[in-house]
Design a protein around this ligand. Sequence first.
Ligand SMILES: [Zn+2]
Length: 283
Amino acid sequence: MKIHAIQTGTVALTASWREGVGHGRRRMLNTLLDREWTGPLPIYAFAIEHPEGVIVVDTGETARVTEPGYFPRWQPFFRFAVRERVEPEEEIGPQLERLGVTPSDVRMVVLTHLHTDHAGGLHHFPSNQILVSRTEMEYATGVRGRLRGYINKRWPAWFSPTTVDLPPAPFGPFPQSLPLTEAGDVILVPVPGHSPGQVGVIVEEGDHTVFLAADSSYTESAMLRGVVDGIGADEDAECLTLERIRAYAAETPTVYLASHDPDTAARLAERKTVGEAPEQVRA
Ligand SMILES: [Zn+2]
């Protein structure tokens, strides 16, 4: 199966956004007030070329983020703690075209969660089925969604995704799961914490799996150390998710791909599994 990591521009964050400092409200404040920044980090979306049709996971960010007023001025995180850069040709639409994938090849689009850098390319998929967890959709919609940092006014007017509830079918350490293909080899699992309805996508490839982990952590190293980010909605849920991912990776060779990890594309290309990470070999 071919899996493409599609980089739709970059995002720089405060250092305490990538790895949270402190707990509760203080953790959020640290994220906002930190003067130290990460370098530009990739914003990845993915395309799985499956025999049953292409599954797109996340839509990346849009080049419109550089337009003045694209993000609401009152939203402190966008003013003080995040800087995105996307060129028009870096949007997911033109990149899929360059890969030879037409919109009609796309069987479905899965949104791991609804943050702007995962939902910013939605306008490229007006005629496709789009899947979002019901929990995420409810959390991200309306005024409350906006207060929680979702840029839902920028969603296309036609946006009305298929909302899914993951059934109570355990998959390894994950208490729920939902296969997306007839073959049962592409599976949604819950990875709440960073956002309440975040889902991960597991792709089975023979003796290993590829785990599209969204923003469960910003790096593989943070996942292994159990370090949560600086903005996640629920710290405890985030910790539990990281614990489950570690348990999963301990029983199944797993290529762990976080959406903003600079090593994601190389890990995917080499199918480098979690135990093989250089920092693990040295430890
Ligand atoms: Zn996110």
